[in-house]
Design a protein around this ligand. Sequence first.
Ligand code: ZN
Ligand code: ZN
Length: 303
Amino acid sequence: MKFSVLGTKAGGPPILGHNFSATVLWINHGYILFDCGEGTQYRLLELGISFNSCRVICISHFHGDHLWGLMPLLSACCSMQRKSPLTIIAPQGIRLFVEQSASLSGMTFPFPIEFVELRPGFEGTAAVFTGYEVMANMLDHRLDSFGFRIDFPLHYNVDMKKLEQYGIEQGAVIGELKNVGHIRHPMTDDVIYLDEVLAHPPSRESFVYCGDTRPCSAEIDLAHNATVLVHEATFLHQDEKAAYEKYHTTARQAAEMALQAEVSQLWITHISNRYPETTALLDEARSIFPQTFIAQALRIVEL
Ligand SMILES: [Zn+2]
Ligand SMILES: [Zn+2]
């Protein structure tokens, strides 16, 4: 799994060197973008990845710090004569927003856009693509806000030593073994099954992105057993009242969500401008959930 949080700043006035919400998750032949705050197109340029290899854009909700970069990014795709289809998954109203913005600014799309509009209260499978699917659950924010989950296909790790015990010393058969589920021994014609030579039981990696929300059971359900949970932690717990009033999460609450959802790693982001130093947020979350990391803009994480 490979991802990068492009912007770690909560809403509010812009600050030089701090970027609004956007996260990239690499998939086969491209990437998924979660949220598209102002300036996201420049962050993608800094990361050195093509606008045109973006396959899916998931917008959690319509607050500007998650949305205002969308039209400039679509405009950039037009300028680059993108041809490949794009899917946009977002709360109900996204089609109107995009089509009216495009119409008013004289923009015509040279590529097809499929809109998946999530109605209030939606939970379940939002879209299915080759090799992965996107789940969405509505969370608890001032506007309708959705968390997203990507489940990757089962991961099979073949143990070469086990394969050698069958007298096969080269890895060239591994592709066939994984695709077909078995191979025939080249000398004896015996059948060797995949599950007989696995290093460990097959595992599935999952990535979960929760934008703005109060802590809620819907996100625990969504993030259950995920490999990575990227979650907002706008406030320190000493400012819990502000977090509640603004429908946000504290670092401690994000860690409690991660603990209850039994995820492997928590990455916190969307930090309020009131904390120029983020160490306290990380320490607070780690005291509850040790496998917490603080997202650093444009850092590429590979697991
Ligand atoms: Zn926000
Ligand atoms: Zn918001």
